[in-house]
Design a protein around this ligand. Sequence first.
Ligand code: PEP
Ligand code: MN
Length: 264
Amino acid sequence: MELNLKPLNLPSDQKRPFVIAGPCSAETEDQIMTTATELAAKGCHMFRAGVWKPRTKPGGFEGHGEPALQWMKQVKDATGMYIGTEVATPEHVELAMKYGIDILWIGARTSANPFAMQALADSMKGLDIPVFVKNPVNPDLELWIGALERLNAAGIEKLAVIHRGFSSFDKTIYRNQPMWQIPIELRRRIPDLPIICDPSHMGGKRELIAPLCQQALDLGVDGLMVEAHCNPDKAWSDAKQQVTPDVLDYILSLLVVRDSAWTT
Ligand code: PEP
Ligand code: MN
């Protein structure tokens, strides 16, 4: 199926790509406001935070839900940044719209599930909102494209993907292996679809953020989604892979933005 896509016109400049940043999880109002204020001061374009968290095992922090959406709205009002969060069910979509979330994203566990994807797509009929689809946890390009087709058939035309790497039983230096050949093939198949790289979930550790960002930029990605937290070591989820807004700004300042390998 051919996708009908509308341009997203993501903001970026010659030195810095489009950057989405924010904590893995929305933990407290203070954590959200402090992190967002610092990120806005560094010129971040869009603020992210998980309000509903898909944890591998029960017992972990699964998100505050609706109260955290109120904090996200405060971020938008106070800083003017776009705000985005992960949705996994039709109820999430309805609540996110109620609080003025600008961009929805679909997580890697959800994009791997066609029933969940169809239910989400049905719940988005009539909405004119950008939706970013993370790759499925498993390296299945057709499943990823299938998730996009379901949304597109429901009328969602402002689509982008987030490449966050693929899980495997084998231990490597990555939490989720990049398998760059998969986004490269996706770009070949659907050239107009923006691709955003998430080096945080790919690397699983702070030290890998900079090299993964650079590799992604060298391939010509359209943006980066990086987890940032005002106090990363104390994060309630994904502590090892989060950095302060200051460190993120430093990492971004080191990146070389060249002509894309995909467009030259
Ligand atoms: C997240 O962005 O915090 C997250 C849960 O990511 P993923 O769906 O890529 O695992
Ligand atoms: Mn996370």
